[in-house]
Write a protein that binds this ligand. Structure first.
Ligand code: PLP
Ligand code: LYS
Length: 418
């Protein structure tokens, strides 16, 4: 996390000391570094320069409109999976002509809205979805540009819950059946077949599964070409991993170079849909130690952030580093389970972490920029945290901390007489 570093024992995000932010804005708090986000995006953009490629940031990873706006200003396109995500992109100044629409269950009103604003392409995931897109487009007097998400049946070597490119997964169209769907689509009047896409999983730390998938897709592109079905773009999805602890995923430029080498001079426009690799290490979750509780068995540090704020540890047993905002010379380190106040045994952000702790200490849960706030909930009626964006020595509140009154918004008591 290059944009986060210790200076004289205090953890900084760019030019802002994080303990100062915690004092001003409270905890738990998500903090993002503008510089880190921009650098991560530019790593892709620079590696693809001159190729006419589209980098469609996967909005699901972190959908705050301030962050989307930063990426839109750099020229990013967006990968969306719902109309809510599309409206965020539009609100953030994103260009609809650079939007791809993924997801297995697009609804008719979502398709209609996406057609209205003129998105780049629908990434279709089934035969039935093709019929729906075709019907909605005809009804609207439009032609939808479509790509088919092919499931290439490759093992991404990642956590089973975030692996998506195996035959047993719900995603995409079986590569062996895809040709039939392409043929059918080519004859439908409401769609224009332009692309092929895949996304084989998330947090991949090796290049080889991507290359395997690409190989299989290219064979299909060639086969379609012999039948007169011309594919003009190839969307290779997202999935590049990041370092949470000791993983060594390829850097975006090495990953892109490997893909480009395999593609050679084929006249295919390339699309990527990175999410995690743009934002994960650009964010931290700040939390405060409320109590230390030592049982005969274990040492628990009860913190003010919980599984509702960051669910990855509970959901995937994901490991995220937890570090102090201020380093301490005196006292001794012990092994702690860092647990939240929620009434669930699974409510932990870290287990067995060696830390020198006292009650009141401030901590940062690292690599929290992706799949952090977006997966937060109000479980146990806990307001969701504030989101802050640091830009050099300035800080901006990009989403206010929720208030207790927000929690009951839209709820109604039953009439007194029933
Ligand atoms: C279709 C699609 N594209 C892109 C992404 C982004 O993936 P990642 O955050 O791993 O880059 C996802 C999520 O896994 C996805 O489902
Ligand atoms: N939410 C997951 C990744 C899922 C990716 C979405 N397709 C995570 O936190 O790792």
């Amino acid at each position: 996390m290059e944009s986060f570093e210790y200076r004289n024992g205090r953890l900084f995000c760019e030019e802002m000391a994080l303990d100062t932010l915690a004092a001003t804005h409270g905890t738990p708090a998500y903090v993002y570094s503008r510089d880190a986000i921009e650098r991560a995006y530019l790593a892709y953009a620079n590696a693809l320069q001159g190729r006419g490629a589209l980098i469609c940031y996967a909005v699901k990873a972190n959908s705050n409109i301030a962050l989307l706006n930063l990426l839109a200003r750099l020229g990013a396109g967006f990968d969306i999976v719902s109309i809510g995500e599309l409206e965020r992109v539009l609100r953030a100044g994103g260009d609809p002509a650079k939007v791809v629409f993924s997801g297995v269950g697009k609804q008719a009103d979502e398709i209609r809205r996406a057609l209205d604003v003129g998105i780049f392409c629908f990434n279709i995931e089934s035969d039935a979805e093709l019929d729906r897109v075709n019907a909605v487009a005809l009804e609207a007097g439009k032609v939808a540009r479509v790509s088919f998400r092919v499931n290439p049946d490759v093992d991404a070597g990642t956590h089973p819950y975030i692996s998506t490119g195996l035959k047993e997964n719900k995603f995409g169209i079986d590569i062996d059946q895809a040709i039939v769907v392409y043929r059918r689509a080519a004859a439908l009047p409401g769609v224009d077949v332009v692309g092929m896409d895949c996304h084989i999983g998330s947090q991949l730390t090796e290049i080889s599964p991507f290359l395997d998938a690409l190989e299989r897709l290219l064979q299909l592109v060639d086969r379609l070409q012999t039948e007169g079905i011309h594919i003009s773009h190839l969307d290779l999805g997202g999935g590049l991993g990041v370092c949470y602890t000791d993983e060594t995923p390829p850097a975006p430029d090495a990953f892109i170079a490997a893909m480009l080498e395999r593609l050679g001079d084929r006249p295919l426009q390339l699309i990527f849909e990175p999410g995690r690799s743009i934002v994960a290490n650009a964010g931290v979750l700040l939390t405060r130690v409320e109590f230390l509780k030592q049982t005969g068995e274990k040492n628990f540090a009860i913190i003010d952030a919980a599984m509702n704020d960051l669910i990855r540890p509970a959901l995937y047993s994901a490991y995220q580093e937890i570090i102090p905002l201020s380093l301490r010379d005196e006292g001794e380190s012990r092994h702690w389970d860092l647990v939240g106040p929620i009434c669930e045994t699974g409510d932990f952000l870290g287990k067995d972490r060696e830390l020198n702790l006292q009650a009141g200490d401030l901590l940062a849960v690292c690599s929290a920029g992706a799949y952090g706030f977006v997966m937060a909930s109000n479980y146990n009626s806990r307001p969701r945290p504030v989101e802050l964006m640091v830009d050099d020595n300035q800080v901006f509140v990009i989403r206010e901390r929720e208030k207790i009154s927000d929690l009951m918004q839209g709820e109604q008591l039953l009439p007194g007489d029933c």
